[in-house]
Unconditional design. Sequence first.
Length: 652
Amino acid sequence: MRTLLFTILFILTSASLFARSAYRVEGNNVIIQLDAHGIKSNILVVELWSTNTVRIISSMSDTIADRPAYFGERGTSKVKFTANHVQNNIEIVTSKLVISVQENGLVSLFNREGRKMMIESDRSFTPSEKVEGAYNVDQKFFLNRKEHIYGFGHDGITPRYNLREQKFNQVQDSKSTAMPVIFSEKGFAFIWENFSETSFNDQPSGMNIKSEIADEISYFFIYENNWTSLLSEIRTIFGNAIMLPQWAYGFHLHPDAYQSEQGLNNAIEKYKLLGINVESQTASSELLNEEKAIYQNNTDNYNKNIAAFSQLKSQFDFLLNNQIENHTVIPTHVNIPGIQRYGVYTVAGDIESSWKALKAQVGAGITSSFTGQLHWSTPIGGLSGNTTDDSRNELLTRWYQFAAFTPVFQGGINADIWTVGNADSPYFKAIANSIQLRYQLLPYIYSSAWSAVNYKEALLKSMLFDFQNDKTVLDIDQQFLFGNSLMVCPVTSQGAKTKKIVFPENTKWYNFYTGKKIEDGKTIDAQLSIDNIPVYVKEGSIIPVITAVPNDTTLLPIEIRIYTGANAEFTLYEDENNGMGYLKDNFTKISLSYSEKSRTLTIGSPEGKLHEKSIEKLFRIAVVSEANATGLKEASEYHEINYKGKRTKVKL
C-alpha cells in the first residue's frame, strides 16, 4: 500500500513538474501563461514585429501593461510564423528565427539553421524599495566566450566599444548617452527596453543587465546575416532616416558658442575674411537646451534614461509631421531606435577637453549608427577653455580632423580656429585644411548621405559593416568607414609620431594624400604629421571632389577620381540643396560606373526631375596614382568632359 501511495505521489508530482504551459496566438503575438516548477515570470509575450524581429516581454502580473511606443510604432502587417509545443518547450518559428520558450519561461533564440544566438540563463524580479508595486529587474544571457559585442552608449570619457568583460552604469544626461542597443559579431542586435537606471556587467560566463525600476522586462532581438542588413531592418522597423539640407553637411558653428546672434554672425564673417569656408546658417538649439534642463531636474525614475525624449515627445512628433514643409536642423542628445525618423542629429554631451575624451568620442561615433541614426556630431574640443598651450592646440586640431569625417561637422565651444594662433600657426593651417577637405569632399558626402537614406545604410560605420568575417578588425575602435569608400584613422594620442593601421583582408587601399597603394591584410605604422590624419580609399572606388574654381563658363569642375584595381560604381546625387528632393523625385542622379577590364568609365543619363529639361556639367576624370589626383591638390592629368545629359563612355 505504501509503495502504491508513493507511486501515485510521484506520478502527480511529475505531472505538475512537466505540465505544459498554455499559450494562445493573438495576431502577431504569442501569449504564454507560465505554469510550471521554477517559473521566472507569470506571463511571457513574444511579439513578432517581422520575420527577423521579435520583442520579448515578461511580467510577474497576469497581463502585460499598455506602454508607450518610444522606439516607434509597430506595423500591422501579418507576420508568417508557427507556434507549437515541442516536447516541453513552446517553439515559435519564422523564416529567419526560432524562439524556444522553456517550461520555466526562459527563452533561447536561434537562427533557422539552428545556430545559437542568445540564450537566457536567468531572469528575476525583486520588489523595489523605491516605488511600490515596481521591481528591480535582472536579465542574464549566455554568450559564446569568444563572441564580441558592441555599443550600449557612452559616458563621454571612457572608451567603450567591445563590451566583453566590461562593467558600467548606463546613464543619459548632459554628458552621457544611454544608447540601449548592442550589436554582435554574429549578426544580431539586442535592444534593452527598460529605461530606469541600468547597469551592465559582462563576465566570461555571460551578459547581465539590471534596471532599477520597472514593471516588466522587455527587449528586442533582431537577426540578419550581416550588419548592413541588420541596420536596414532596424530602419524598416523603427523608421528611416531623413536627409538634412546640404549646408548641414558643411562646416557650421555651434549655436550656443556665442553670447548673442550678433556674436555668431561676427564669427561667421571672421571665418570668411580668413578665407575659410563656413556656413551662414546654423542649427537650432532650443530643443537641446530643453533636454539639458530636464536632465538637471530629472525625477522620472521609471524613464530616467529617456526622460527628455518622453517629456518632449510631442515636440519630436511635431518635427516628424512638419519636416518636409519646414526642414529644420536640430541637435539632440537622444540616440534611441527611431530617433532618426525625426530628422534630428545626435550630438555627444558636454564632455571634458582631453585626449581620453577624444579617443572615447571615436568609439562613440562608430557605434552611434546602431540605433538607426544616420546623423551624429562630436563637440569639437569638448569643454575647451581659452588656453593657447601646444597640448590644447594639438588636441583641438586632431579633434577638428576627426570631426571633418563625421556626418555633421559642427564647431565647438571656445574652439574657433583663431584660438590656436594666427594663420602662420601649423595648427591653424591644419584645421583650415580639414575644413577645406570637408568642402572638397561634399559631393561624395552629400551623395553618400542620400545613399545611406535610400538604402538604409550607415554613413559613419564600424569596420565590421564591410568586413564582418575578418577577425583582424574585431577590436578596432580607432578606425572607421566613412561612406562606402573611405577608411578614416583619427589620431587620439598627444605627440604621436606613428599610428598603427590595420588593413582588412581581400581589399587593397590607396593613401588619400599620396596615392600610394597598400596591400590587403597588412598592418603598418603610418608616419604622422600635424597636417592631417591618415585616410585611405578602397580600391575600386569613385570619389567626386571639388578642387578647382569655376571656369569662365561659370561651371564648377567636378573631379571624378578613379581608384583603379577593381570595378567601381557611384551615384552622384543632387537636389535643390534642401535635402528633401529624394521624396518628390526633385533630384538629379547620375550613375558613374568603372570597368577595370576595359579601363572605361561610363557616365549614365540623368534621372529625376531637377534637370529634366537641360543639364550641363564639367567633369574631369582623373586616375589616381602617386603622381596624380591626391589629397587637396587638383589633378594634373585628366579627361575633361562637358556633360550635357547624354550617356558617355570615357576610355582611361
